[in-house]
Design a binder for this molecule. Structure first.
Ligand code: XMP
Length: 529
């Protein structure tokens, strides 16, 4: 850690042991929102033990397994030797109880969804927190349960601090040893006081201060980048997406003119996007950006290519080729900056141990050839996407750049079905711009997770005034999703769709019909290709 940093943002940290819950990353995000740094390790990771030696508290996640089965994930002994507070959530609580001599049994009925727990004993975790009171005057919390097993006998030293009708030991504690267990999930927003409960654990019980703030994180990154690269030169592939934009702003703050960004305009970007990227970074911020106008090279490479995967490959490979050509021109470059974020780090750790839950199928940028011998700078390695956005806001990057929907690396290349042509890309850009403009104007943009327009290279008949039109078709697509693995088509108001359709057909000569995609994922994917 760099001694010149005013606030050591990593000095108080929490270890999260992952037992495979779909919510583990959410726990980490909540902990950090409260202002405390944390890292996730698999429950059996060898590196976790060393990490545990210098933490302020440990959280055990939920998980899909049952402690009543044999050979299921267990609690490693070393966590008790640390003497720091421990919070077990769901499976984490059951595994704790099992480890410490209690009993866990399969519940006769599984419990999913809302539940009301009544607080049956004063304790530090819930003190003064409640959503309502029951007929007996007990304070109650509205919580989110999702479990099959339950603790049926407490370990020695523990007492029950909250109960539901179906789970007597819904929350347990050994306050002398500062060990707590929750059968419910405080990390999900359905548990109304969930954030406050976690805050109690972190601030009161673990005695952590809220040092993990955007201002402190920026300061820390700026210092560590300066330490890392010294007076050497860094290059960065700037795409205008959230991650590379925030990396550019951070590096510019840290090393100014030692940074050169390469922005490859592949001709498959949205309307005016290239100009906006240049305006923000080059004109406004004074970042050194080389813009490579490569539309013709991409279009030439995509000629006669219809297959989506082949299009992706062509676009990806050509991007690397062009980036490499430009990078080689910067003679004194020693470092390559990348926008790797914490979920990528977790994912590749999981992949290396064969535990990846979801395999990423899309990668924007491959590696550069070894003979370039550039070392990596990855200033976002510790951050979740929402934290990256907060840094972007803090550094004054345009709101629309930082809070926009994801845009695929191959861009419009996979939103034009079949062969990509300039004529199609130009029509699509204008139609998409109308859709997005109207979504923003009607405050619908932030209510959907991703919205865009797809170009269908088929012609359809229409009438305009007295004339007959025989022109192309576009489809609007808008989805709501949490993880982009499944998605629901957004039920946008008919009047709104009507307005967008009219504007597109009236304003764009070349498009005579607009459809709205009402397919969910699965079975459809979000993109059409
Ligand atoms: P699908 O279409 O697979 O999309 O349901 C899920 C999410 O991934 C994005 N996507 C891509 N992102 N390169 C990317 O960087 C790609 O080739 C690619 N294909 C799909 C898609 O926009 C959605 O957010």
């Amino acid at each position: 850690m760099n001694s010149s940093v005013a606030t050591d943002i990593h000095s108080q940290r929490i270890l999260i042991l992952d037992y495979g819950s779909q919510y583990t990353q959410l726990i980490a995000r909540r902990v950090r929102e409260i202002g405390v740094y944390c890292e996730i390790f698999s429950w059996d990771a060898e590196t976790a033990q060393a990490y545990a030696q210098n933490v302020s508290g440990i959280i055990l996640s939920g998980g899909p397994e049952s402690v009543t089965s044999e050979d299921t994930p267990h609690i490693p002994d070393y966590i008790f030797a640390t003497s720091v507070p421990i919070l077990g959530i769901c499976y984490g609580m059951q595994a704790l109880a099992n480890k410490l001599g209690g009993e866990v049994s399969e519940a006769s009925e599984r419990e999913f969804g809302f539940a009301q727990v009544s607080i049956v004993q004063n304790n530090h975790l819930f003190s003064d927190l409640y959503d309502n009171k029951n007929q007996q005057g007990q304070a109650c919390l509205d919580v989110w349960m999702s479990h099959g097993d339950k603790v049926t006998k407490l370990p020695q030293g523990f007492s029950t601090i909250a109960s539901t009708n179906s789970a007597q030991h819904a929350a347990i504690a050994d306050e002398d040893k500062r060990i707590y267990g929750l059968q419910f999930h405080p990390e999900v927003t359905h548990t109304k006081k969930g954030k406050e409960i976690l805050e109690r654990f972190l601030k009161d019980i673990c005695q952590c201060k809220a040092n993990w703030t955007p201002t402190n994180i920026i300061e820390d990154i700026v210092h560590s980048v300066r330490d890392q690269v010294g007076s050497e030169h860094v290059i960065l592939g700037l795409s205008g997406g959230v991650d590379s934009s925030v990396v550019a702003a951070l590096l510019h703050k840290a090393i100014g003119q030692q940074l050169t960004c390469i922005f490859v305009d592949n001709g498959l970007l949205r309307l005016h996007e290239g100009d906006q990227v240049m305006q923000t970074f080059s004109q406004h911020m004074g970042v050194k950006v080389i813009r490579v106008d490569a539309e013709h090279r991409f279009l030439a490479a995509l000629k006669n290519i219809n297959d989506p995967e082949q299009k992706r490959k062509k676009i990806g490979n050509l991007f690397i080729e062009i980036f490499e050509e430009e990078a080689r021109k910067i003679k004194d470059a020693r470092w390559l900056a990348q926008g790797t974020i914490y979920p990528d780090v977790i994912e590749s750790a999981a992949a290396s141990t064969g535990k990846a839950h979801l395999i990423k199928s899309h990668h924007n940028v491959g590696g550069l050839p070894d003979d370039m011998e550039l070392s990596l700078v990855e200033p976002l390695r510790e951050l979740f996407k929402d934290e990256v956005r907060r840094l972007g806001d803090e550094m004054g990057l345009p709101y629309e750049m930082i809070h926009r929907h994801p845009f695929p690396g191959p861009g419009l290349g996979v939103r034009i079905l079949g062969e990509v042509k300039k004529e199609y890309a130009d029509l699509l850009r204008r139609a998409d711009n109308i859709f997005i403009q109207e979504l923003r104007k009607h405050d619908l943009y932030d209510q959907v997770s991703q919205a865009f327009t797809v170009f269908l290279p088929v012609k359809s008949v229409g009438v305009m005034g007295d004339g007959r039109k025989y022109q192309y078709v576009v489809s609007l697509r808008a989805v709501e999703t949490i993880d982009f693995m499944t998605a629901r088509w957004a039920h946008l108001p008919y009047d709104f769709l009507d307005l967008v359709s009219r504007r597109i057909i009236n304003e764009i000569d070349g498009i005579s019909r607009v459809a709205y995609d009402i397919s969910g994922k699965p079975p459809a994917t979000i993109e059409w290709e």
